[in-house]
Design a protein around this ligand. Structure first.
Ligand code: ZN
Length: 414
């Protein structure tokens, strides 16, 4: 018996959802009062089961197994998007807590153990994946100093106001943290549509983001003949229609893209648009596919430049590399699903996660449970209780088998 207590975990999930509760969802942006109260509550739960717990210098909660020399790091994030779902992040944190709690009860000071983490600001209120990036040493002091919320508040000011700024930051320790395993709601419809219980994540997509500038000339929209216009908006609309056509030729069946931001200047019905900005992003799990899409996009920009007297330039404004999940952990997760009699599907994650960051330092794995209707980043997000319970059992089994395979002398999971 592992000592796993599903009812206790469900009760804790519901308790965590009380912090910033809005309907079924939560409004718990990173470092808000509700977020910090939830994190203090988490620290208390971790201490109760014997972990050494605290909130660090960026707001990450870390619970350390005392006495352990080698650990599996378990967790996710407990901040939410504004008006977000009750399970996004929280599910992974409570699964981690419950599995660690069950282990602590049996092996309170084993040489091999479980550390639990709830990373700060995964959702990017100030800086996306702040906690996991800080943990992995992948954030610069300049980025920290300039990070601001949409309301204009600086991250460093907020940390200072909370009394966290002077605290140390939890750091990844390669001799201690041998693997990272994160459970999460799928946030998409693949599992629920396929009627499958468990998603085993093979990789997390990378993304490329470009700001495309169309420069034309402002003119009177009533008096300027059509043939004489240098209409930046018309150029952008024609371009936007072509983006999917060009990307599709270079993409995989899982690639996705979005044209989510447009700004038109001067932005008046009676003035021909002089300047337009369009933000385009695309995502895929394969580095090679992303490079092909990038090349196709650059060719489209070159082809449309100077048509109708409008110049077109694309500037890269964001790039995240895809992360491949560790093969050994994928195998542990699949074996755990089989042992629980759960159906399973290998899939890639179209959303970013802390595992994407930690995966650059340590072997990382992710388990998904189905999201009802594929809904997420909204208060309506939900997962059936049956799926939550099954997901917890599979996760617990996988962690047990990983712990059994941990070699104190070796650096990696076999
Ligand atoms: Zn999340």
């Amino acid at each position: 018996m592992s000592g796993l207590n599903e009812d206790r975990a469900l009760a804790d999930l519901r308790k965590l959802a009380m912090f910033g509760k809005v309907g079924r969802g939560v409004n718990r942006p990173a470092l808000s009062d509700a977020d910090i109260a939830g994190r203090e509550w988490l620290c208390d739960r971790m201490r109760e089961c014997g972990l050494e717990a605290g909130i660090d210098g960026v707001g990450t909660v870390y619970g350390r197994a005392p006495g352990a020399k080698a650990t599996v790091l378990l967790g996710s994030h407990s901040d939410s998007v504004p008006m977000g779902g009750w399970l996004d992040g929280a599910l992974g944190v409570i699964f981690a807590l419950e599995v660690a709690r069950a282990r602590q009860a049996r092996h309170p000071s084993g040489a091999v153990g479980i550390d639990v983490i709830s990373f700060s600001d995964e959702e990017g209120t100030f800086l996306a994946c702040l906690g996991s990036r800080a943990f992995c040493g992948l954030v610069s002091n300049d980025e920290l100093a300039s990070a601001r919320s949409s309301s204009g508040e600086y991250l460093v000011e907020r940390l200072d106001a909370l009394g966290l700024a002077q605290r140390e930051r939890t750091e990844f320790d390669p001799t201690r943290h041998r693997a990272y395993l994160e459970a999460h709601v799928e946030q998409g419809p693949k599992l629920i549509e396929a009627g499958v219980d468990i998603g085993v994540v093979t990789g997390i997509v990378g993304l490329r983001r470009f700001r495309v500038r169309f420069q034309g000339q402002a003119d009177h929209a009533g008096t300027t003949p059509m043939a004489m216009r240098r209409d930046a908006a018309a150029a952008m609309y024609a371009f936007a229609v072509l983006v999917p056509e060009w990307l599709r030729t270079a993409s995989s069946s899982d690639s996705v893209w979005n044209l989510g931001v447009v700004s038109v200047k001067p932005g008046a019905a009676n003035v021909v648009a002089s300047e337009v900005e369009l933000v385009v992003e695309f995502r895929d799990v394969s580095q090679a596919t992303m490079a092909q899409m990038e090349a196709a996009f650059a060719m489209l920009v070159a082809e449309r430049n100077e048509i109708g007297g409008v110049s077109v330039h694309a500037e890269p404004i964001g790039a995240v590399e895809p992360t491949v999940m560790d093969d050994g952990l994928v195998t542990h997760l699949e074996a755990a699903a089989v042992a629980e009699g759960a159906s399973r599907l290998r899939l890639q994650s179209g959303a970013g996660h802390d595992a994407m960051i930690v995966g650059r330092r340590a072997p990382a794995g992710m388990l998904f449970v189905p999201s009802i209707g594929g809904r997420s980043h909204d208060v309506t997000e939900n997962t059936s209780e049956e799926d939550i319970r099954r997901g917890l059992r599979v996760y617990d089994r996988a962690v047990s088998s990983i712990l059994e395979s941990l070699d104190l002398a070796g650096p990696r999971v076999p």
